[in-house]
Design a protein around this ligand. Structure first.
Ligand code: 6PG
Length: 474
């Protein structure tokens, strides 16, 4: 018998993904650079070992695959991927396919796809979300690359993916880097979602003096309502967990410096390059970066110790916090979807935004019941392309934005940072202001640089103010 697919890299994600593939009945050849890792992996695979073709060399791996070959690479994103590709390509035949299942930067995916297609090889950039558990039992899978190649492995991907009422959370989104870009924006939204939940925690902990367990219980309640989501669920669990060593709530012994591997930052960088600004995601990236300078924050706390909170901050109710989180979350998704649409235009991907929301309904880190409704809203058509204008969500924002406003105002008066909430509110208020304030910015630009402006009354473009003559007369 021959293996249907191969996988290189038996780290946590690769090992779990390959066991998932084996369990769904697809014989799979596996290879790891350190051979003992492969031996241990096979030894612990139990009955599934029958479906595994352990390979000691890349040559062995390639030889054990049916053709056209399909090989998944699950190694650290970046240079390691290029190095595996370089070793693998001389062993492959035209029509074979390499699938990068890591969190690649989509620019790298586009480059690799272009290079490999010159050799007659197909390159698939595949975003996989859901962590260890997802990889083993059902991740959300976002595929980019040649559609015909996707069709070759579609049965495997659909079998191993999470299901939403039977519909596989695995889809093809477009050529070259489309899948990895959708995964990147997924992670950007993940950052915003996580940050907003952390802001609620901060308001309750530092503003209301509530215990971790108490806040955790509140999240547990919210997880049964409109805010039902994996991230709210695990936040409730994290907050209610006690550290065995100290007997303290575990959050109280975790250093408040957030790590970041890059996908949130890439989302913000790509957005800015495309003339977009997903401010909730940017705020979440900023909050992680600011968190890393802990010594500075400690010095700042001492330096500004005498600063008293302003008077007049209203007590924030749990109900307002729940509604504010809901509103801010809708706004974050609005911004994420706008970014996907801008990238789709720029790179000619023809992305189906509703499919993106659909593939995120189960398996991935941002999964939530609300995503199903978001997908429906996108399918029905978004007015001006904005989720916040869709009939399904606009009404919720009418109510939710008042709560968000009260939370941001009270947090500001109390001196509690809520950067993602504040960003969400500013975006919402900007999007419901038909006349903004950039008429003055245009005036300033024309004054100092003759950059020109458009007249409201006649629609004439490239107009100039009488500034030059004013300057001359003064
Ligand atoms: C997922 C996660 C996963 C990973 C993040 C963490 O969808 O399964 O997003 O990809 O946990 O990359 O990213 P940070 O280290 O940047 O938080």
């Amino acid at each position: 018998a021959q293996a249907r697919i191969g996988l290189i890299g038996l780290g946590v994600m690769g090992a779990n993904l390959s066991l998932n593939i084996a369990e769904k009945g697809f014989p799979i050849a596996v290879y790891n650079r350190t051979g003992s890792v492969t031996d241990d992996y096979v030894a612990s695979a139990g009955d599934l070992a029958q479906q595994l073709f352990p390979a000691k060399t890349l040559e062995d791996l390639v030889a054990s695959l049916s053709t056209p070959r399909a090989i998944i690479i699950m190694v650290q994103a970046g240079a390691a991927v290029d190095s595996v590709i370089d070793s693998l390509t001389p062993l492959l035949d035209k029509g074979d396919m390499i699938i990068d299942a890591g969190n690649a930067n989509f620019h790298d995916t586009r480059r690799r796809e272009a290079e490999l297609s010159k050799l007659g090889l197909n390159f698939i950039g595949m975003g996989v979300s859901g962590g260890e558990e997802g990889a083993r039992h059902g991740p959300s899978i976002m595929v980019g690359g040649d559609k015909k190649s996707f069709e070759v492995i579609r049965d495997i991907l659909e079998a191993i993916s999470a299901k939403h009422h039977g519909t596989p959370c695995a889809d093809h989104f477009g050529p070259d880097g489309a899948g990895h870009f959708v995964k990147t924006v997924h992670n950007g939204i993940e950052y915003a979602d996580m940050q907003m939940i952390a802001e609620v925690y901060g308001v309750l902990r530092d503003g209301a003096g509530r215990s971790a367990a108490d806040i955790g219980k509140l999240f547990e309640t919210w997880d049964k309502g409109q805010l039902q989501s994996y991230l709210v669920e695990i936040s409730g669990k994290v907050l209610q967990t006690i550290d065995e060593k100290s007997g303290q709530p575990i959050v109280d012994i975790i250093v408040d410096k957030a790590g970041q591997k890059g996908t949130g930052r890439w989302t913000a960088i790509e957005a800015l390059s495309l003339g977009q600004s997903p401010s909730t995601i940017e705020a979440a990236v900023a909050a992680r970066s600011w968190s890393s300078v802990k010594d500075t924050r400690i010095a700042g706390e001492a330096l500004f110790a005498e600063l008293e909170p302003e008077k007049g901050a209203a007590k924030i109710s749990d109900d307002d916090l729940e509604k504010a989180l809901l509103a801010a979350k809708i706004i974050a998704y609005d911004q994420g979807l706008n970014l996907l649409s801008a990238a789709s235009d720029e790179y000619d991907w023809n992305l189906d935004l509703a499919s993106c929301a659909e593939v995120w309904r189960e398996g991935c880190i941002i999964r939530s019941t609300m995503l199903d409704e978001m997908a429906s809203a996108v399918r029905e058509g978004l007015p001006q392309g904005n989720l916040i204008f869709s009939p399904r969500f606009a009404q919720r924002l009418v109510e939710g934005s008042s709560a968000l406003r009260r939370v941001v105002a009270s947090a500001a008066l109390q001196g509690l940072p809520v950067p993602a909430f504040a960003a969400a509110l500013a975006y919402f208020d900007t999007m419901r202001q038909g006349r903004g304030t950039t008429d003055l910015v245009q005036g300033q630009r024309d004054f100092f640089g003759a950059h020109g402006f458009v007249r409201i009354d006649t629609g004439e473009t490239d107009q100039h103010g009488p500034w030059a003559s004013d300057i001359a007369h003064s």
